[in-house]
Each structure stands twice: as structure tokens, then as C-alpha cells.
Design a protein around this ligand. Structure first.
Ligand code: HAM
Length: 424
């Protein structure tokens, strides 16, 4: 039996790195006032088709869509934003504003798998809702992403763009359709199909964007209203103030239809990323909440691809660094009373020590081999003599002494502290 194409079993070093990524992102998000939200992995079809847009690749080609036994049309979530917006509307989570949420979990897209592009992948995301759009809130969301990536030691290039208001975007799409209709013969068949359905996407097509036809296409800034322009400039100004470096990329249109105003992507600068180099992407959505039946709230957010971030960090870690190293290993040597140490092990765990042991008693030589493999910091030796004397042999490096069980917790606390300070 094999796992389905485009999925991955995550264990060992990769699991440890993924956990620390989520830990860092969630801690930074909480510093910025974001609370956790979890939404279902499947939703009713319209949540995604309406939010993301029927013409997008995600909705038209990549959704895992199925009917349940009662004939409900359901979708495995391809992204997190639409579900969070649905939850905000359904639970009326807008009585006080702004509202800020973070989430983490698996997402599903039927894509052609390659490095960094999976059919099941994980995102950490944030979404912030406010009554009016706010350049300060937008900047905070971008700074949050930059802070988390920096804490993780990931180098990136930040690209930003503005799609202006929905009216601006519609005018621009019209201009692009006109332009690309005249240059259709220079475009790939996929882009030709997008000329009328989704002309903005032609701009970031990996192949076509290198062609003269796309390079010569009208740029969106020409279609900004003065309000669009002022708003975009104020975000740039705020990012300058906190020394966040960015490049303005007028072709950054993103693959989901709900965006207006600011869009951004944090792109990898390492070779490890390969072709799928966008680590984190997001932007503002001013009309999505009302499109899903809610009040006129505006939103801004991003999602980071956990597998892509793991790829970035994997080379920096030795297996030893990320695999759990217990404080203690108990060598269980008493063959006539094999399970007696269980209560000692349990009591030590309840005192907060991490501990591994050989629950099948072993001869001393074999037990030491197991202890060494565990890489525990301190070895405890427990045989018939220790049981009779209510003691434990404690071995740290080459030193060994017998310690009364009644004094063991205090003794181990002290020794582990000493070991820790020696390391520093
Ligand atoms: P997205 O750009 O579609 O945006 O995805 C965000 C990130 O998820 C990407 O930058 C990438 O790291 C990761 N990702 C996407 N697809 C895959 C895949 N097939 N395999 C591995 N990683 C992948 C969104 O999903 C928006 N909901 C972000 C957002 C939140 N915008 C506003 N709020």
C-alpha cells in the first residue's frame, strides 16, 4: 500500500522542524494580538467557489470535491481564508473590532506534485478583520510575517503590489484583455484561454512572463485612482519606517480572486526552494466578508506553506539537534522483578523529567548499549540491590554514585542544572 500521490508522511527531523515553525509563527502571532481559530477541513462548495472565484485555477481545476451520503456538495479546503471568513460571519465574530485570528492545518489542492508543491500541504495563516481598511493593520500583518521568518532564520525577498479597488482591478482586467487579444499568438495555449476569463493571471505565468508580449503589457499603476495610490504609498511608508525592505512587483496578482489593494509574497532566496519559491503569500480582501453574506467588514491576511519552510530549514539541522534527547535513561537490570521500575519511571515523569528505559530487563552490557543510543544526559541504574536498598545508581559521564530514592528528585534537578550551565 502506498500513500496517495502528492502526499507525504512527516516524521523525525521534518516533524520536529515543522512543529518549531508553527510554534514560532503562533507565538509571534499572539504577540500581535491574534487568537487561534480552527475551522472544518471540509466546507460546503460555495464557500470556496464564491470566495476564491469560479475562474481561478484553484476552483476550476484543483478542488477535491465530493458528495457525502446525503448528497451534500462538499470540498476539502484548498486554503484557509474562505473558511475563516465563513466562521466569522456565521458566529458573528465581529461584535468588537478589529478581530485577529491565526490558524494552522492541512489544505488540499489537486496540483501536479513537485518539490514544494503537494496535494496535501499545511499552512499557517492569519486573518485580521476591521470595519475600514487600514494601512497600519496591513503593515502589521506584513511585519508579523517578516518577524516570524527572521526568528526562524529564513532569508527572503519581500515583494508587494497593489491591485487597487475592485473597480480599478476590473478596469485593468479589461485593458489587459484588449492588449492580450492583440498579442494572443505570442502566448501559450493556457494563457490564451485566460485572455477573457482571468487576464491578470497571464502576468505571473512562469513561462509567458519572460516574453516580450507580457513584459510590454499595461501596468496596473496606470489605472489606480488617487485613493488607491495614496493608500498603497502609506503602506510603503510604514514599512520603510520599520526598516522592512521590499520590492514593488507590478505583476504580483496572486492566484485567488478575492484580493484588492495590497498583495504580497515572501519569496525564498535559497537554492533549496527550486521552482516553488513562494514561502508565504497574502493580501487584503475588502469585499469577501460581504460576498459570503456578512456585514461590510474588510480583511487582510497571509498563509505560509509549512512544507516549503521545512525545505528551507532542513539543511541547517543535524538529526541529533531535533530528535528528542531525554534527560534520563533507566537501565532496568532486575530480571526477577521486571516491572518494578515502572512506578519509579512514572513518578520521575510526573516530576517533569523526560525519561526512557528498557522495560524488558537486560544484562548490564546490553542495557548500556540501549542507554547510549537514547543519548540521555544521565543514566539511572536499577537492579535487585537497588530495589533492596531503596536506592538508584546515578551515572553521569564516568562518575557513578548511589542515591536514596527519597532524595532522587532533588539530586537530579541539581545535576541537570549543572549540566545545563556547563553547556553554556
Ligand atoms: P496561496 O498563495 O494560495 O494563498 O498559498 C499560501 C502559501 O501556501 C504559498 O505561498 C505556499 O507556500 C503554500 N502553498 C500553496 N499551495 C501549495 C501546494 N500545493 N503545496 C505546498 N505548499 C503550497 C492562500 O492560500 C491565501 N489563503 C493566503 C491568504 C490569507 N490571503 C489572505 N489571507
Amino acid at each position: 500500500m502506498e500513500r496517495p500521490k502528492g502526499t507525504k508522511d512527516i516524521f523525525g527531523k521534518q516533524a520536529a522542524i515543522a512543529n518549531s515553525i508553527v510554534e514560532v509563527f503562533s507565538e509571534v502571532a499572539m504577540l500581535y494580538g491574534f487568537n487561534q481559530i480552527s475551522t472544518p477541513i471540509f466546507e460546503h462548495l460555495p464557500v470556496f467557489s464564491r470566495a476564491i472565484g469560479e475562474q481561478t485555477e484553484v476552483v476550476s481545476k484543483e478542488m477535491y470535491r465530493f458528495q457525502d451520503k446525503s448528497g451534500r456538495d462538499l470540498v476539502l479546503r484548498p486554503e484557509g481564508t474562505a473558511g475563516v471568513v465563513r466562521a466569522v460571519v456565521e458566529n458573528k465574530l465581529y461584535v468588537t473590532l478589529p478581530q485577529r485570528f491565526w490558524y494552522f492545518g492541512p489544505m488540499f489542492r489537486y496540483e501536479n506534485p513537485q518539490k514544494g508543491r503537494m496535494r496535501q500541504f499545511h499552512q499557517f495563516g492569519v486573518e485580521a478583520f476591521s470595519a475600514e481598511k487600514s494601512a497600519a493593520l496591513d503593515s502589521e500583518v506584513i511585519i508579523l510575517a517578516a518577524d516570524a521568518l527572521t526568528l526562524l532564520g529564513i532569508k527572503y525577498q519581500l515583494q508587494i503590489n497593489s491591485l487597487g479597488s475592485l473597480t480599478t482591478r476590473a478596469k485593468y482586467a479589461e485593458a489587459l484583455t484588449k492588449y492580450f487579444t492583440n498579442h494572443a499568438s505570442n502566448l501559450s495555449p493556457v494563457s490564451q484561454q485566460r485572455i477573457t476569463t482571468n487576464p491578470l493571471r497571464i502576468l505571473d505565468d512562469k513561462v509567458d512572463r519572460e516574453t516580450a508580449a507580457v513584459k510590454g503589457a499595461p501596468v496596473i499603476s496606470k489605472y489606480y485612482s488617487s485613493e488607491d495610490e495614496v493608500y498603497f504609498k502609506s503602506i510603503c511608508h510604514l514599512l520603510d519606517q520599520v526598516d522592512i525592505k521590499y520590492t514593488i512587483n507590478p505583476a504580483l496578482v496572486r492566484g485567488l480572486d478575492y484580493y484588492s489593494d495590497i498583495t504580497f509574497e515572501f519569496v525564498s532566496v535559497s537554492e533549496a526552494a527550486g521552482a516553488q519559491s513562494t514561502l508565504l503569500g497574502g493580501g487584503r480582501y475588502n469585499d469577501l466578508v460581504s460576498m459570503l453574506g456578512g456585514p461590510a467588514l474588510t480583511g487582510i491576511g497571509f498563509a505560509a506553506g509549512i512544507e516549503r519552510l521545512v525545505n528551507e530549514l532542513e539543511e541547517n539541522y543535524d538529526d541529533d539537534e531535533v530528535i528528542l534527547r531525554p534527560d534520563l535513561f533507566l537501565l532496568n537490570l532486575n530480571e526477577s522483578a521486571p516491572l518494578v521500575p515502572l512506578s519509579l519511571v512514572t513518578s520521575l515523569r510526573r516530576h517533569g523529567f523526560s525519561i526512557d528505559w528498557n522495560y524488558q530487563p537486560l544484562k548490564i552490557q546490553k542495557a548500556f548499549e540501549r542507554a547510549e543510543r537514547s543519548k540521555a544526559k544521565i543514566y539511572l541504574i536499577y537492579g535487585a540491590n537497588e530495589q533492596a536498598n531503596k536506592t538508584v545508581g546515578v551515572k553521569i559521564g564516568n562518575l557513578q554514585e548511589q542515591v536514596k530514592i527519597s532524595a532522587l528528585v532533588k539530586y537530579l534537578d541539581k545535576k541537570l542544572e549543572e549540566l545545563e550551565s556547563e553547556k553554556e
